[in-house]
Design a protein around this ligand. Structure first.
Ligand code: FES
Length: 104
């Protein structure tokens, strides 16, 4: 069985509700979102042309890509609309006090 790894990526206090932040995890850009106090993490590169999804707008549990409007589910990374051809990876998070950790 593979051991899971936890990596501290941000502080709860630095991502306000309604905001997002790009962090780096093992060299990969990951977008952390705070939706009404609930945190989500997905890979930060839109599968269409590579926009940063942390710069997108969030509504109803999905982020809309800032460049051409593709939508991704924040929980699963599933691509919900064109022109995104594929999902983005989603990551499990663990909150410990003020620390947000990604579980790999
Ligand atoms: S880069 Fe995201 S929809 Fe085109």
């Amino acid at each position: 069985m593979k051991m899971s790894k936890e990596i501290a990526v941000a502080k709860v206090s630095e991502i306000k509700p309604g905001e997002a932040k790009q962090v780096e995890v093992d060299g990969e850009p990951v977008a952390i979102f705070n939706v009404d106090g609930q945190f989500y993490a997905i890979h930060d590169t839109c599968t269409h042309s590579g926009a940063s999804l942390a710069e997108g707008t969030v509504e109803d549990g999905a982020v809309t890509c800032p460049w051409h409007g593709a939508q991704f589910d924040l929980k699963t990374g599933k691509n919900l609309s064109m022109p995104a051809p594929a999902p983005v990876e989603s990551y499990q998070l663990k909150i410990e006090g003020d620390v947000i950790k990604i579980v790999l």
